[in-house]
Design a protein around this ligand. Structure first.
Ligand code: GLA
Length: 395
């Protein structure tokens, strides 16, 4: 939960006042996320195990009596405008499209929204695989719903779906449900096991003997969106071919490792490897949940290592920078396991470590990673934090 007296919130309220000459009425917050395990499984109806971050997108806002939306972005230092009755893709201010898309998605769901004056600010690193887009979408959804007095009406999983729809259909990015879901439903000190088919979810307590370190490669992810779509279609191709022998399956979620091996000959070599990643990754997520529940961090770490190796070798979404980051993390005493997190091709890696070894890990990364890659990284330590929230700041 955001404390309305914390420094950042006070700054936001002041900045809002400067921009709009009034005080904001609500503060909404959507966190970024880091995925512990279960990568490229969400769009295969599978399992994921992310945690919400303390880093978030925050919006302070005031409802308006009309349907105008005026938003100042603190990061971009610019204002954006739109009318709820004239929502249209804005090719010049891409950040505004996430907010427009969410407004459209909520209206399509039957919510009658009102205009807002809003100031948005975030500290989730952008384009780094920590879901700054989902954080913005979720914060925007709560901003609009709070302004319209309808914040209590939408169950979390549905709200996540509407935010995902905004990204798929309005922004045009074909992501799965994981990022929006965890931003909405994350819980402090817990990871969330999400069944991306049924949208059932279960809190999994992160043992106190475990801390998380995130290494941002700060390497460009230029390939990410075309390759992401290519991987999705390779998975669909795999399902179509496997269905000839296994007519009951709807997605790779329904296929076991044994079935995949038995039908291997039906699949082109690349498609087989993509499928092998997804099928084995789903199994790893469930094993990792069991390991965390038993407090067996060594086993959880080994599963994270295996996840990375599978993403690198079978799914082929790692990069030289990510591999270097992961290998550097693994060399540090106290590291249980490390892997790339998010879509891949750049962005971040996450390590599960013994509390107390975070600094040593950061030092090692700063010493070795720039030498190997020529890039200056960023390192964040984090604990699993709460999902989205809205605070009424009063009149
Ligand atoms: C991106 C997408 C998610 C998920 C991951 C890969 O973060 O937004 O839906 O597919 O990639 O696990």
């Amino acid at each position: 939960m955001s404390n309305i007296h914390d420094e950042r919130t006070v700054e936001l309220i002041e900045a809002f006042h400067k921009q709009f000459g009034q005080s904001p009425r609500y503060l909404s917050r959507g966190p970024g996320r880091v995925n512990l395990i279960g990568e490229h499984t969400d769009y295969n109806d599978g399992f994921v195990l992310p945690v919400a971050l303390k880093r978030s997108v925050q919006i302070v806002l005031r409802p308006r009596p009309d349907r105008q939306v005026r938003i100042f972005s603190a990061e971009f230092g610019e204002s954006g405008f739109f009318d709820l009755d004239g929502i249209a893709f804005n090719p010049e201010q891409l950040w505004l499209n996430y907010i427009q898309g969410v407004a459209q998605s909520l209206e399509q769901e039957g919510f009658g929204l009102v205009g807002i004056d809003a100031l948005v600010s975030g500290n989730v690193p952008r384009a780094s695989g920590l879901s700054s887009s989902a954080a913005l979408e979720i914060a925007s959804a709560h901003a609009f719903l709070a302004a319209a007095g309808q914040n209590h009406l939408l169950p979390g999983p549905r709200l996540a779906q509407l935010a995902q729809r905004a990204e798929n259909q309005f922004v045009g990015v074909n992501c799965g449900i994981m990022d929006q879901f965890i931003s909405e439903l994350g819980r402090a000190n817990h990871a969330l096991l999400i069944d991306c088919r049924s949208l059932d979810y279960q809190l999994v307590s992160v043992p106190e003997e475990a801390a998380l370190v995130i290494g941002n490669t700060r390497a460009s992810r230029s390939l990410a969106s075309s390759a992401y779509n290519e991987r999705r279609s390779e998975c669909e191709q795999g399902v179509a071919l496997l269905q000839r022998a296994l007519p009951g399956i709807r997605a790779l979620r329904d296929v076991s490792s044994a079935q995949l091996e038995a039908e291997r000959a039906r699949l082109p070599a690349t498609v087989y490897r993509r499928c092998r990643h997804v099928v084995s990754e789903n199994e790893r997520v469930l094993h990792c949940v069991a390991a965390l529940q038993e407090g067996d961090l060594a086993a959880a770490g080994r599963l994270m290592d295996a996840s990375h190796d599978s993403l690198r070798d079978d799914y082929q979404v790692s990069s030289a920078a990510l591999d270097t980051m992961v290998e550097t993390m693994r060399e540090v005493a106290g590291c249980y396991g490390a892997r790339l997190t998010g879509a891949g091709f750049g962005g971040c890696a996450v390590a599960l470590v013994k509390p107390g070894s975070e600094q040593a890990m950061a030092d090692t990364i700063f010493e070795r990673y720039p030498k190997a890659t020529g890039i200056w990284p960023e390192v964040y330590t984090t604990k699993a934090a709460d999902g989205a929230s809205v605070v009424d700041l009063g009149e």
